[in-house]
Design a binder for this molecule. Structure first.
Ligand code: TXA
Ligand code: MG
Length: 345
């Protein structure tokens, strides 16, 4: 298959819009940017395109897909009940990087919910994403546009690496600004439960529901509430280890490790904030941002993991980024990428 790549500006052309519309309605897949990460989209009310997504991503079929809508009012078609606190979350955080999990209505096919009675719904802030949904004229289900288990895609080149020749259309929207996937919150109960942390943080949600809780999943349960959390995620090919603790000890531990690898012909990388980059040899350093700017750290995380792969890094050491307002979300992704390997020094 030859993949057609369009620039966001091409959405102004009728023939491009028609191509997107007919492709989606034919049960095929279009990759498009959202404010969080790129998504691989299909018509959410037809099984053909949904099955193709699972196929092309290599995704387990019990892991449900998020339904993306372009207008908040549309949510009523796909859910049975909206609790008052859920309504207030929609008003405060939509459009934006927040997915709400509701009890689903009849018309939501089992194919997207992995057989669950609930459906995750999100109104993206990205104007391009909303335009794609409106062009299609149907709701769009869209998991992150990465081969299952790989870091999510935040740049066009990531999407091309994973899906060129495997999807009909890719929309190039440049770098996705948020960089990590939406916060997923179960709003079916009396109080909200965070199933996947994200940039809409627990503190932000608590302003609306002060009894919001976090579903702590080791990632190993048999049937976790958010099925996606049980799979190994975001992993780079190299072995990633997080080193946590006082900065001087972290730096000296990493330098010690680099020295040990030096004699073994390993390719090492160090993920650090700009403040400490000069502590490490230049050729191993990946600067993720400034320590006091965790929005930038989040935005760069997946791109760095992918770049480490591309440069053939076999061992990656990362500082922990556990102090800012978005630490919960960032450390969730970093720990998964490290498959839980964290050393406190
Ligand atoms: O930011 C995002 O959410 C991106 C962009 C493309 O919108 N999408 C995304 O989709 O990250 P995906 O499929 O990679 O992750 C969806 C997560 C999974 O962990 C899945 O298990 C969970 O949401 N999820 C979806 N529907 C659910 C449901 N009904 N109940 C519980 N968890 C659900
Ligand atoms: Mg994903």
């Amino acid at each position: 298959m030859k993949t057609r790549i369009y620039k966001a500006d091409d959405l102004a052309y009728d023939h491009v819009r028609e191509d997107i519309r007919t492709t989606i309605l034919a049960g095929r897949n279009v990759v498009f940017p959202t404010e969080t990460v790129y998504g691989i989209g299909a018509n959410a009310i037809d099984e053909t395109g949904i099955r193709r997504i699972y196929d092309v991503k290599g995704r387990p079929s019990d892991n449900p897909l998020i339904l993306h809508i372009a207008d908040a009012d549309d949510v009523t078609k796909y859910v049975t009940t909206i609790r008052p606190y859920a309504k207030r979350m929609m008003e405060r955080f939509w459009p934006g990087p927040l997915t709400l999990v509701f009890d689903k209505s009849e018309i939501v096919p089992d194919a997207i919910t992995g057989g669950l009675d609930t459906v995750g719904i999100r109104l993206p802030d990205s104007a391009i994403a909303r335009d794609i949904i409106r062009i299609a004229g149907v709701p769009i289900c869209a998991p992150s546009a990465n081969i299952s288990g790989r870091p999510s895609a935040t740049l066009l080149e990531h999407v091309i690496d994973d899906f060129s020749g495997k999807v009909d259309i890719i929309i190039d929207g440049g770098k996705t600004p948020v960089g990590i996937e939406s916060t997923v919150v179960d709003v079916t109960g009396d109080h909200s439960v965070i199933l996947r942390p994200g940039m809409i943080s627990r503190a932000m949600l608590a302003e609306i529901d002060n009894l919001v809780s976090v579903n702590e999943q080791s990632g190993l349960e048999k049937a976790p509430k958010s099925p996606g959390m049980k799979y190994k995620h975001y992993a780079p090919k190299g072995e990633l280890v997080i080193i946590d603790g006082a900065v001087e000890s972290v730096v000296s531990t990493i330098l010690e490790r680099l020295k040990q690898h030096g004699t073994q012909g390993d390719q090492c990388a160090v993920i650090t904030t700009s403040e400490y980059q000069n502590k490490f040899p230049e050729d191993v350093v990946f600067v993720i941002g400034d320590a006091d700017d965790d929005e930038t750290i989040a935005a760069n995380l997946f791109a760095i993991l992918r770049e480490a792969d591309q440069r053939g890094m076999t061992h990656i050491y990362s500082m922990a980024f556990a102090s800012g307002p978005h630490a919960e979300a960032i450390m969730n992704r970093l720990l998964k990428a490290a498959d839980g390997r964290i050393i406190t020094v």
